[in-house]
Write a protein that binds this ligand. Structure first.
Ligand code: GLP
Length: 259
């Protein structure tokens, strides 16, 4: 795992955008795994700004797979993750809806296996963007999730529902159920790019990066992956015991190596 403590959230967004663009330049038919939530919004805005400025690579052959989706929202609800990613990123990158996939919340019993089949048919995810929940969740894999789980129905914790209530009119409106890629699904992506910003994530980041591998901190599953990058702003890195060492390693990296 490579941990990269940076100075600001803007630096995190810029490096994450650089990494995504570098992949798409080298592999025009790249398969991107996309997270929703607040954290990647700045990265997505950076990608869109670069496209508007005419400096972005072509996304004509890129496909995208969402990490997760709410179950039970009315069709077209603006807070569905399908609507959110279209609004924040994929529409502006020119990805049509048929190249942006999600687990299908209208057919919950078959959605998990169907999504795994779609991912396999696409050849798997090249680069998976990840956020982290304040309780250490990854996608919607709450504490206690099997470290080898696949896409399936899950029940949200009260903490996550409260965290996400800001996107809805009230806590009651936040769905209780979701479909999410499993931790085993996420581990199949070839490169994991976890981004975290703000002091509210510091404890979860420290547990994921320096704590024990444990289903009690689902994001600790990154410790099993051969190519995981963790981009942090100063606040999110503030509880790491080895932050100075990570900074020294990153500062000494040769340019050609990338993330
Ligand atoms: C959400 C999403 C996750 C996200 C996490 C953190 O509920 N399902 O994919 O990474 O929780 O969200 P945020 O970035 O808004 O803090």
């Amino acid at each position: 795992m490579e941990v990269v403590p940076l100075g600001s959230a803007a630096e995190v967004a810029a490096l994450a955008a650089d990494t995504i663009e570098a992949l798409v330049r080298s592999r025009p038919a790249a398969v991107l795994g996309l997270a929703t939530g607040s954290t990647p919004v700045a990265t997505y805005a950076e990608l869109v700004a670069r496209r508007r400025a005419g400096t972005a690579p072509s996304y004509d052959e890129v496909r995208a797979f969402l990490l997760d989706e709410y179950v039970g929202l009315p069709p077209g609800h603006p807070q569905s993750y399908r609507a959110t990613i279209a609004r924040e990123l994929t529409d502006d990158l020119g990805l049509p809806p048929d190249r942006v996939h999600r687990p299908d919340p209208t057919d919950v019993p078959t959605a998990g296996a169907a999504y795994e089949a779609q991912l396999a048919e696409a050849g798997g995810v090249d680069l998976q963007v990840l956020g982290i929940g304040s309780d250490g969740h990854l996608a919607f894999n709450e504490p206690g999730s099997s470290l080898s789980s696949l896409t399936r129905l899950k029940t949200l914790t009260e903490e996550t529902r409260r965290d996400n209530a800001r996107f809805f009119n009230s806590l009651d409106e936040v769905p209780r159920h979701v479909l999410t890629q499993g931790l085993g699904t996420i581990l199949r992506a070839r490169h994991l790019l976890l981004i975290a910003t703000g002091a509210g994530k510091a404890e979860a980041v420290a547990a994921a990066v320096e704590g024990p591998l444990s289903a009690s901190c689902p994001a600790s599953v990154l410790q099993l992956h051969p190519h995981a990058s963790v981009l942090l702003d100063a606040d999110a890195a503030s509880r790491l015991a080895r932050a100075d060492h990570y900074r020294e390693v990153y500062a000494g990296k040769p340019d050609w190596q990338g993330l």
